[in-house]
Write a protein that binds this ligand. Structure first.
Ligand code: AN0
Ligand code: CP
Length: 338
């Protein structure tokens, strides 16, 4: 593996889940694999979980870790090629990337969507520049369109909470006061569809395979079919929730598909309409005693009510804890192929 952006980069999901389980039983099993290898984590945006869990994962494997917060102490970076740099940006990414690459063996990148130019965001311009110019393996720590370490941790969490039958997993849009990227729902959809395609044994008896995966959102929030092809879309939130075993809530801004192209990155509805989608006890009563999931950070009272996130079926804390496992498996793959 030279790059980790999509579910296909990891390959066999059954094997990856087995590796995660092996590491959960002993997270230091490969503690010499990364000796004298250095991970560089580059953050263009804030983070709590990704920063801590990925650093911990690298430490589990015996790696050294350096972290750069681009917006806190580094030179302000120009990312566009062909501009006259007479503004406030002192350094170009095209020099900064090979310099950063020269100090490390693997590079992790957090670089969110700007949400103003869909083509620029969906081309993963910043990530691909790191791939091209760092000379090192690169992985996404949430880029413009994907968050695979999160989706892998989500899959691990679902596999750890098996039901007697093939699980029904519902990705539901939920309200938020600011425009957010589509990276988390894009990856979640991509990983759920692929887990179903690979026929993962996610029921308790191991006989029933795959996932019944449904996405629900108000009109205009249709995700890019490149990520959702194979999933069912149900605009009626109640119908989607009926019989659900897992409810995965997330806000995202308009993905700008079809006739919503000019609305890319926008919030489409008024406050009152939006707030009907908050996951509360009434919504959860429609489900099959579903587990509540969210990648965090979450806004209580907007995405989910206090009682739902605090209920015994909420998985938000174990889900976040599993970020250490997903990152350890991914770094282990890189190190084993060096
Ligand atoms: C980010 C997002 O929605 O992509 C990060 C989530 C892991 N969330 C916020 O910026 C609140
Ligand atoms: N879920 C997640 O990636 O959280 P952070 O933004 O805190 O890293």
């Amino acid at each position: 593996m030279k790059s980790f952006l999509n579910v296909q980069d990891l390959g066999d999901l059954k094997a990856a889940l087995a590796e995660a389980a092996e590491l959960k039983a002993n997270r230091f099993k490969y503690d010499t694999l990364g000796k004298n290898k250095t991970l560089l984590m580059v953050f263009f945006n804030n983070s709590l979980r990704t920063r801590l869990s990925t650093q911990k994962a690298a430490m589990n494997l015996g790696m050294n870790v350096i972290v750069l917060d681009v917006n806190a102490g580094a030179w302000k970076l120009e990312t566009e090629r062909g501009v006259v740099m007479d503004g406030d940006k002192s350094e170009h990414l095209l020099e900064a990337i090979p310099v950063m690459g020269s100090y490390c063996d693997i590079v992790g990148i957090r670089s969110f969507a700007g949400l103003s130019d869909r083509d620029y965001d969906y081309a993963e311009t910043v990530y691909h520049q790191f791939e091209k110019y760092s000379g090192k393996p690169v992985f996404a720590m949430e880029t413009a369109t994907v968050h695979p370490l999160q989706a892998f941790a989500d899959l691990i969490t679902i596999a750890e909470h098996k039901r007697p039958h093939r699980p029904k997993v519902v990705l539901t849009w939920a309200p938020h006061p600011k425009s957010l990227p589509q990276a988390v729902p894009n990856s979640f959809a991509q990983w759920m569809v692929e887990a179903d395609r690979q026929g993962l044994p996610l029921a308790l008896d191991g006989a029933e395979q795959g996932i019944d995966f449904v996405i629900t959102h108000p009109e205009g929030y249709e995700l890019d079919p490149a990520f959702t092809r194979g999933a069912r879309i149900e605009y009626d939130q109640q119908k989607a929730f009926e019989g659900a075993d897992f409810v995965y809530a997330k806000n995202w801004s308009c993905p700008g598909i079809g006739r919503y192209a000019k609305d890319y990155g926008r919030i489409l509805h008024d406050y009152h309409t939006m707030m009907q989608w908050t996951v509360d006890a009434r919504h959860m009563a429609w489900t099959n005693d579903a587990h509540f999931m969210h990648c965090l950070p979450v806004r209580r009272g907007m995405i989910v009510t206090d009682d739902v996130i605090e209920s015994p079926t909420s998985l938000v804390i174990p889900e976040a804890a599993n970020r250490e496992l997903s990152a350890t498996v991914v770094l282990k793959h890189f190190l084993q192929e060096m």
